[in-house]
Ligand binder design. Structure first.
Ligand SMILES: [Zn+2]
Length: 108
């Protein structure tokens, strides 16, 4: 069964579109994602609360790999989540994916 998605005014193109994430419509979300600019569109607090561990992990790896953050603490500040929340999400996701050193692989 398809999930009903919220329609919002896209923060980028201002059209009323199906919400894709971070206040963006699907088109703008894809474009921002392709340009690596998703971090420039912070998610709302309610989105942050609902964000699964995998999404936080993805954001975290992005911040680390682009050098915007050097530690989990810095990444947490940029992502607008508590440091503990981020660490929990990372632990949960790593356990789920059986990953341990992905950051080392992506930071080079
Ligand atoms: Zn848009």
């Amino acid at each position: 069964m398809p999930r009903k998605r919220t329609r919002v005014e896209c923060v980028e193109c201002r059209r009323l579109e199906v919400h894709h994430g971070r206040g963006l419509c699907s088109t703008c979300h894809k474009r921002a994602s392709a340009r690596g600019q998703l971090a420039d569109y912070p998610p709302s607090q309610s989105q942050i609360d609902k964000m699964p561990a995998a999404d936080r992990y993805e954001d975290y790896v992005f911040l680390i790999s682009t050098g915007r953050a050097r530690t989990t603490r810095e990444a947490a500040v940029i992502m607008g989540v508590a440091h503990k929340t981020l660490e929990k999400a990372l632990t949960r996701h790593r356990a789920r994916m059986r990953l341990t050193n992905v950051e080392q692989l992506t930071t080079v």
